[in-house]
Design a protein around this ligand. Structure first.
Ligand code: ZN
Length: 353
């Protein structure tokens, strides 16, 4: 035997209900039952809770809502290894693997073709993924005062470290700045996503896109972790002293969109992630199976490369690059304005829209 077996001696609480008030101060590990498979066996999600010794808001973290988006899991594990309940005001709840069937199958979707982040808030009387989505909202989301939803790019693409947030809403904007990613994309919360459902339920929420799928990327994990400590401070769970911002200020984009191919072939995307491109600058070229260049794509306007395709196999309508349009001065809530806002004490409802 070449593996050294290490036992996790912490008891795992098996439950159908996340009863935060019944948990002790400190760290708890839970398996929360969601649905049953066709053998009648439970499908449960792993949850870590850290209850602080002083009362305060509940901040929820969700990772692997898309089952192959894993960097967030490592961020969660590292965050909890750093949290001291005696320095924590309130409770941090991490749903470590939101989409268990997708995670087990190394796949983004819950079932083939069913994206959980397109069917929120689900339906208690619907089909299997709709029931699962409904229970995610009922058993977890509605217990949170804040939400940070951790994602990555999809298969065949790579992402910078970026945040999607409604930058016209004070609290999500403050959370986005404190998260301090490379890029912030202003993105009003979309219907049927977990973030959109959170915002509809008056739970300020941001989405953090952490690099690439199906891997752990230490550099992005480390900077997401330090940003997350900042979000905890912004939300009043940690003292500001314990969460000094690091790294450069993010680039703020007022909008973003994907460029697609208009023909099939072998795709090569030219600029690096995070590169600033000028209107007319080459973005990509498409080559046919015989090695001839058939298309050259250029930037339609000045933009920053938020994400891009790395899979050369492109059909007509294949994704090329995710272009962020850098915001002009004054279009959003500025960091300097927010620093004048006292530390947020949750739940602060109705102030963010
Ligand atoms: Zn995702």
């Amino acid at each position: 035997m070449t593996a050294a077996e290490l036992n996790d001696d912490r008891a795992i609480i098996r439950t159908k209900e996340l009863a935060l008030n019944e948990l002790p101060i400190g760290r708890s590990h839970l398996m929360v039952e969601m649905v049953h498979n066709a053998l009648g066996l439970p499908i449960s999600v792993p949850v870590i809770v850290m209850r602080g010794s002083r009362p305060g808001p509940v901040l929820g973290l969700t990772s692997a809502l898309h089952g192959n988006e894993l960097n967030g899991i490592s961020v969660v594990h590292r965050l909890f290894s750093q949290l001291d309940p005696h320095k924590l005001r309130g409770t941090v709840v991490a749903v470590v693997v939101v989409n268990v069937p997708g995670y087990l199958a190394h796949r983004r979707h819950y079932l083939e073709g069913i994206d959980l982040n397109h069917i929120m808030p689900g339906d208690p009387h619907g089909n299997a993924p709709q029931i699962y989505a409904h229970r995610l909202v009922e058993r977890f989301l509605d217990k949170f005062d804040f939400l940070v939803d951790l994602h990555t790019a999809s298969v065949g693409r790579v992402n910078s470290l970026y945040v999607r947030s409604d930058m016209t809403a004070a609290i999500p904007a403050a959370m986005a700045y404190r998260q301090r990613p490379e890029i912030i994309v202003h993105n009003p919360p979309a219907d049927r996503t977990l973030r959109g459902t959170a915002m509809e339920h008056d739970i300020p929420a941001i989405t953090v896109e952490i690099g690439n799928p199906q891997q752990f990327q230490p550099k992005y994990i480390k900077s997401t972790l330090s940003g997350l400590r900042g979000v905890l401070a912004e939300a009043g769970l940690l003292s500001s002293r314990s969460a000094a911002p690091s790294g450069p200020e993010p680039t703020i984009c007022s909008r973003s969109y994907w460029m697609y191919t208009d023909h099939g072939g072998l795709l090569e995307v030219l600029p690096a992630l995070g590169a600033l491109v000028k209107a007319g600058e080459p973005i990509a070229r498409l080559t046919n199976a015989f090695g001839r260049v058939t298309r050259n794509y250029v930037a339609p306007e000045d933009a920053i490369i938020v994400g891009k395709s790395v899979d050369p196999v492109a059909e007509t309508g294949g994704r090329i690059a995710h272009l962020g349009i850098v915001a002009t001065e004054g279009s959003f809530i500025k960091r300097s304005t927010l620093s004048a806002v006292p530390a947020i004490t949750a739940p602060v409802l109705g102030q963010d829209e």
